[in-house]
Design a protein around this ligand. Sequence first.
Ligand code: MN
Length: 713
Amino acid sequence: MIRLNDITSQILKHNPKANLDIVEKAYVYTAKIHHGQTRLSGEPYLSHPLEAAYVLAKMKMDVVCIAAGFLHDTVEDTDATIEEITSLFGKEVSDIVNGVTKISKIYFATSKQRQAENIRKMILAMSHDIRVILVKLADRLHNMQTLGFQKPEKQYRIARETLDIYAPLAGRMGINWIKSKLEDLCLYYMEPEAYAQIQSQISLRSGENAKIIIDAKKLLEKKLEEVGIKACVKGRDKHFYSIYKKMADQNLDVTQVYDILAFRVIVSSIKDCYAALGHIHAMWKQLQGRFKDYISVPKINMYQSLHTTVFGPFNQRMEIQIRTWEMDKVAEEGIAAHWKYKEGKYPSQNGEEQFAWLRQLLEWQQNLKDPVEFLETVRMDLFPDEVYVFTPKGDVKAFPMGSTPIDFAYSIHSEVGKKCMGARINGKMVPLRHSLTNGDIVEIITSKNQHPNEDWLEFVKTSKARTKIRQWIRNQERDESITLGKDLLEKELLKSNLPVSDFMRNSKLKSVAEQLSIKTAEDLLAQIGFGKISPKQVINRLKPMFGLKEDRPPGIVSKVVGKIIHRKEDHGIKVKGISDILIRYANCCSPLPGEHIVGYITHGHGISIHQDCCKNILHADPERLIEVSWEPLQKERHMAKLRVISSERKGILAELCTVISQKDANITYADVKTTTDQKGITNFSLEVEDFQHLNSIMRTLKKLKSVLIVERV
Ligand code: MN
């Protein structure tokens, strides 16, 4: 078992001035609070925090991180509270412990490929301090080393989780030695046969390979020395998992993989890296397609090296990695190689390189803030723009920060989104506009009566939800317009005494639609509903199909008449091209007769009438606006025909029309002829209330100077 002494001397090795007080205090506290607890191995529980702290010391972590390593299980497994840890060890330590505890509480039910990446991101997102992840890795390493004491099912599950999540996280952090150890342990528990096969092959061949390795190494060193490159050549042990992966990826058996010799050439400068490469390629035949230059293009975790494979002196494949001492350190220790803590202080402001390294490490990070700000502490949100939550089945889903249950529901299926009426988060009901937080378990409640709401657009964050909600609203409007259009057309047909069902037949409407370059009959009805086409227009195009004549377009006379009628100030509204339509006066501006007005086609509630300067109209969809005008209320009217004979004079028609309309009669028809003796004969059809009304009109007309005769026809 590791002792406190091993840890403190490890710390002092890389940081002789370290203040060990906090580490010793954490040790004493941990020993006391875990007292009496044992591991499954039978060892005292204390062995586990000691091992974790030792790993962190080997990673050259600062004393705060190592203290947190000691304390990492106290809150989860003992009576200790976060408040207590904070008061005894300070907020920095307790934040790390809290972070590790939170991650430990998450149960990763799935480990599918796609999921694993999201879980890794979630862990990063939950760790406001990179040291949380490092403590978690140290914890996991020791748990993997003692996994043999667990039940087989648990062994497999933990190994799977480690291989999918923690080993890649170690890789992402560039801590290669932890990654390799974790992977080998995973292989041992997950693929025991493959592991045993590789193991026996290694012990079987180790003797004969050793000689080849020594010979090749000597030859390589000698050649490089001859050309003046100072290099350290190391034979390189492949770890079990990398052999296993090579077997799987390149479809090789274990002997083929193991026959490949592996060397690492470490030199003092980048220039020497390329020079050494040149000499090696000159000396031995290169295996095509195996050269990789990770010096000019470093890996995401900042790994740098030149990789090549050649046919070596014994015609055996030789894999060679060439790099500088600095690169070698980074390759093994990753983030820890850049961990230049000053005791009691955060990384210094001038640690720009460290920052640059971290920045590139966090490949997913999109909108990184100001570098200085980032460097201030290692405590930060690694993914400030994303949030990771679970489905009830344990799948992880990523969303933009601030997303809501509606976004979650639409990410499952648009039908679920549409019917989403509520959500339970971690078992509790929340409102639809609730913001999701990392690690939430989200359960959507649907109702068949629910449907999307325009308000949702105010708080949804994903474009999928937004698009689907908009789409639904648009379709809904279209449905309403089709219904409205159908109503308008039917009423107009009834009014004109035309056979409704014949005229409304889909095939007929479709051919009208085609004439108007509209796709379908439904679209045509929608256009009527939107007020873009009048029912009259459609009827005029339908009529010829049934051998009927179109209505004549309004001539000059009816235009004049129209103007006169519209000057009236009685209540009533005329909508351009449509009659018999549901009208209501908008409450926002309550227009009065005579004011300039405009109609707005509502969703299924007819047309609302606004003043044309109403602010609601200024912002309305212009396609929904329709021309309207004031019109007299239709009292009961009767048809009467009059003939007026006058001395021909310019403007006589207008004069006659003015008189008639002043008498409150509608002119429905008028035509003017000029006789050979220069007289004008005007025939009118009028709508009048009664006989007296007509007489009064006739009397007034007779009083006009130019009028000779007024008679009923
Ligand atoms: Mn632990």
